[in-house]
Design a protein around this ligand. Structure first.
Ligand SMILES: [Zn+2]
Ligand SMILES: [Zn+2]
Length: 395
């Protein structure tokens, strides 16, 4: 069990979400196990007992998340409201407390899945183990990143960027990850045998996570070897696919798909609509941020375009479509597959990006990384295009 705590502490570092030693993980048992000693252990034990959960995570975010989260906490009036769809549905809002007071923390965690302690870090929990705490923590970092850049563009458009935000933007830009490389050397396809397909999928999933194009428990991936669609499992980590990939026969309509990714219908219809075999879905940040930005000054959606914009949009030839996660009546499974027919990828509004490739994951990966890089460039182009305040930006 102690290994499990170390495993998630290491994953947080690898994902760039904490510095080494920045995360404190606890697991209740006959006696509570901790990933390391810390002054906060006693207070966190009180919290775990009060909310009756088995695992807790208290971590100081790594840069640039730390600067972003501290800024959002300092300018919020106790609650940060995420702008992206996934977080809104998954976490609602992000409460902020001024200090680590166990009673106050427990009261918040009884109704929300995270709490930000101003100037110190983020606390999340897992009902039975550290995995859920890890997933929620990574979602908080993602939501805050997207919100900061999205709000900044919103204020740039309205000429209302204040000195403090400009200062924070400069600081954050110096600490951004380098853009992902667009050439991977993944296993070359086409693949026919399971012995090739499974390792090829595992390799592509790891690369997607390593390049920070998705947090490990989000995103999904599939490969079609007629008539079987191999797909990542529901709720599974993309960087731990070995032995967990779910084969679903498309010839047998009654095939069990309960363990397959919730985006199975979208993957199935993409391969059927496009004839491509390798499909990737990630949550690259600047694609999500730009999808929330409406560049029509006179849009009738006005200030709510990040929630619902009436205009069809695209970025560099990549369409942005609406659609909820999963296969429901308003699911992205109805909007993404038809849009994939004539485009290198499709951005789902406030959510993420789908790409596909003919033989193996090299092309799908290159497209995903290239679209994210184009979105990142376009973001800073939009920022710099407007107003004269940008002259003191660092890049
Ligand atoms: Zn997604
Ligand atoms: Zn709009």
């Amino acid at each position: 069990m102690e290994n499990l705590l170390q495993k998630y502490a290491a994953k947080l570092v690898r994902a760039g979400l904490t510095e080494a030693g920045g995360a404190l993980l606890g697991l209740r048992g006959a006696e509570t196990l901790w990933s390391r000693e810390d002054k906060a252990c006693a207070a966190l034990e009180t919290v775990m007992a009060a909310i009756d959960k088995q695992a807790i995570l208290f971590a100081e975010p790594a840069e640039p998340y730390r600067t972003i989260i501290e800024y959002l906490a300092e300018t919020s009036s106790g609650v940060i409201e995420p702008r992206d769809f996934e977080t809104r549905t998954f976490l609602h809002d992000l409460p902020v407390l001024p200090e680590l007071d166990p009673q106050a923390v427990a009261a918040v965690l009884k109704r929300r899945r995270s709490v930000i302690i101003a100037g110190r870090g983020v606390i999340t929990f897992g009902k039975t183990g550290p995995k859920a705490a890890f997933v929620i923590y990574s979602s908080v970092c993602f939501a805050c990143f997207v919100k900061f850049f999205s709000d900044t563009l919103y204020h740039v458009r309205r000429n209302s960027v204040d000195h403090r935000r400009k200062e924070i933007l400069n600081k954050v830009m110096e600490r951004l990850d380098p853009p992902p490389a667009t050439t991977g050397t993944l296993m070359p396809g086409p693949f026919a045998a399971e012995e090739q397909i499974l390792p090829a999928m595992a390799e592509a999933g790891r690369l997607l996570v390593d390049c920070r194009l998705v947090d490990s428990n989000f995103g999904n991936i599939s490969y079609f070897a007629d008539p079987v669609l191999y797909i990542s499992p529901k709720g599974g980590a993309l960087d731990e696919l070995q032995g967990r990939i779910v084969p679903v026969s498309l010839a047998d309509h009654s095939a069990p798909t309960q363990t397959a990714s919730t985006e199975f219908p979208a993957h199935r219809d993409i391969v059927l609509a496009t004839g491509q075999r390798a499909v990737l879905h990630g949550h690259p940040k600047f694609a999500v941020i730009l999808s929330l930005d409406c560049d029509k000054d006179d849009c009738e959606g006005r200030d709510t375009c990040h929630i619902r914009c009436p205009h069809e949009r695209s970025i560099g030839g990549v369409p942005i479509v609406a659609g909820e996660a999963g296969g429901g009546p308003f699911g992205l499974c109805h909007t993404v597959p038809p849009a994939m027919r004539d485009h290198p990828g499709v951005i789902v509004y406030g959510h993420g990006l789908f790409t596909a490739g003919k033989h193996d994951f090299n092309e799908a990966f290159a497209r995903l990384a290239a679209i994210e890089n184009a979105c990142r460039q376009e973001y800073f182009r939009r920022i710099k295009q407007m107003g004269d305040w940008h002259s003191d930006l660092t890049s």
